[in-house]
Design a protein around this ligand. Structure first.
Ligand code: AMP
Ligand code: ZN
Length: 489
């Protein structure tokens, strides 16, 4: 079965044909590390994690490169405000990135290159662009000359004349064309700076991704992507400088962009201040719930933040987890494990086995169609439903239960959910315990008040009714206690 994906460059779904059979190279533009990452960043990060996991599931050898931008105006500004060195400041948030990524079950990329560690590669490319007459130096800055690159605007569908008209307000006399962009910026006092043929300075933003993608994936790699805000100017500029440097050879074959996570229809962003960091959301929801929420909408559809939807995601995920728990309990009672599944053709076709096969087929079909994770969810729920309705069978279909459980775990795993080890069920159980304790406090108090008023009928009713549901009330000289009745009574 072939995998189709939407290519921003051609504006249509295309069959994915790898440059090298059985391998896929993916570059995604990662965060600029001056803060904890927010749920909008997480949407892009989780989407690419889902994509690289699916490629691996399809048998591809995946080389996934995700950079950190650690040289940037905002990093420099905030580090200065805190009185720390800019790279140390950026590194702190790179460390924090891995903590939150782990909570979201985002696998580490094959490589996580940093801009600051690729200055030599960056300098080489800038020199190449100067040699090709695609760039020019002005007082220690180096700019890319957009009108020297014929395809400028091809990714975003813009053309230079329109952009020039739209850029009237910009007055920057050093630039030959208003859309020209900095490849290298001359050093300002107290900024991180490196030596270069044009004096001390630091790279502009776009050039780092050209340098790092070409280094780790080579020219003409398979997939380049990031959040939709990067189409212009970041990726447009990357294409211009990369293909200019490669003398017209293709930079990347497919471009994938994730839609925004919005808040009241506005992009969630650090600069607008309308963001929730994953770190703060993790205090209210386990990471797997955030992940489940983010993948519940196709990666190219807008997703407007709504905490009710997060609560719904928690319940939906719990349904899948509960199904796995129930089938595991049933199999434990029967003393059966996966090792009882043998390959001697003893596995007969059954409702459960058919449901498992159907689920896998539907799942792959959905994911092959431009990674439609929200449709893929439906196949998991369908399988969970069949499992649940087969749990009480008088003659249990052991093979069917084992295969159905394996399939549910396998497909959940492709999307990055460990359904057999749920964090959220544990959290839910804790929350339920808390609620039970509070309700019991109220009931004990009501019963005590009844007893004070010698209303024995109400007091006894409360005690007996609770006993019916296995909660034992005990009156002691120190006060009234309650406990859950254990099996021995
Ligand atoms: P930044 O740290 O702003 O450079 O963003 C890191 C990555 O997150 C980039 O690929 C952005 O396109 C992506 N991103 C930022 N904000 C959002 C958002 N609200 N929704 C989806 N992706 C986003
Ligand atoms: Zn980039």
């Amino acid at each position: 079965m072939s995998l189709r994906l939407y290519n921003t460059m051609t504006r249509q779904k295309e069959e994915f044909i790898p440059q090298q059979s059985g391998k896929v190279g993916i570059y995604a533009c990662g965060p600029t590390t001056y803060n904890f990452f927010h749920l909008g960043n997480a949407r892009m990060l989780v989407a690419f994690d889902m994509i690289r996991r699916y490629f691996a599931y399809k048998g591809f050898d995946v080389n996934y490169v995700q950079n950190f931008t650690d040289v940037d105006d905002k990093i420099i500004k905030l580090a200065r405000e805190e009185g720390v060195e800019a790279l140390a400041f950026a590194n702190k948030y790179i460390d924090e990135y891995f903590t939150d990524a782990k909570a979201l079950n985002i696998l580490p990329a094959t490589v996580h290159p940093k801009a600051s560690e690729h200055i030599d590669e960056i300098l080489k490319i800038i020199q190449g662009l100067l040699d090709a007459n695609l760039a020019y130096v002005v007082n220690g800055d180096v700019y890319f000359a957009v009108n020297r690159f014929r395809g400028y605007g091809k990714l975003s569908g813009r053309n230079l004349e329109d952009m020039q008209a739209g850029a009237r307000v910009e007055v920057d006399e050093r630039k030959r064309h208003p859309m020209d962009f900095a490849l290298w910026k001359a050093a300002k006092p107290e900024e991180p700076a490196w030596e270069s043929p044009w004096g001390m300075g630091r790279p502009g933003w776009h050039i780092e991704c050209t340098a790092m993608s070409l280094k780790y994936l080579g020219a003409g790699f398979d997939i380049h992507g990031g959040g939709g805000d990067l189409v212009f100017p970041h990726h447009e500029n990357e294409i211009a400088q990369s293909e200019g440097y490669l003398r017209g050879r293709k930079f990347a074959h497919y471009w994938i962009h994730t839609a925004f996570l919005t808040v009241n229809q506005e992009k969630m962003s650090k600069s607008l201040g309308n963001f929730f960091t994953v770190r703060e959301l993790l205090q209210h929801f386990p990471g797997e719930v955030l992940r489940f929420y983010l993948l519940s909408t196709h990666y190219r559809s807008l997703l407007d933040f709504d905490d009710h939807k997060l609560a719904e995601a928690q319940k939906a995920l719990a349904r899948l987890q509960t199904s796995v728990r129930l089938v595991s309990e049933a199999l434990n009672r029967l003393n059966k494990t996966d090792s009882d599944l043998n390959g001697e053709n003893k596995v007969k076709d059954s409702v459960l086995i058919q449901a498992a096969n159907q689920a896998r087929g539907d799942f792959v079909e959905a994911m092959d169609d431009d990674f439609n994770s929200s449709l893929a969810y439906a196949s998991l729920f369908e399988l969970a439903k069949v499992i649940n309705s087969n749990l009480g069978a008088k003659e249990p279909d052991v093979n069917g239960l084992l295969i159905a459980r394996q399939t549910l775990l396998e497909l959940g795993g492709v999307l990055g959910f460990d359904l057999a080890n749920p964090a959220s069920l544990a959290a839910q159980a804790e929350a339920d315990d808390g609620i039970l304790a509070s309700v019991m406090d109220v009931l004990v108090e009501v019963r005590n008040r009844s007893r004070k008023k010698k209303d024995w009928e109400t007091a006894d009713f409360i005690r007996d009714a609770l006993k019916e549901i296995n909660i034992v009330i005990e009156d002691t000289p120190q006060g009234t206690n309650w406990r859950l009745k254990n099996k021995s009574g």
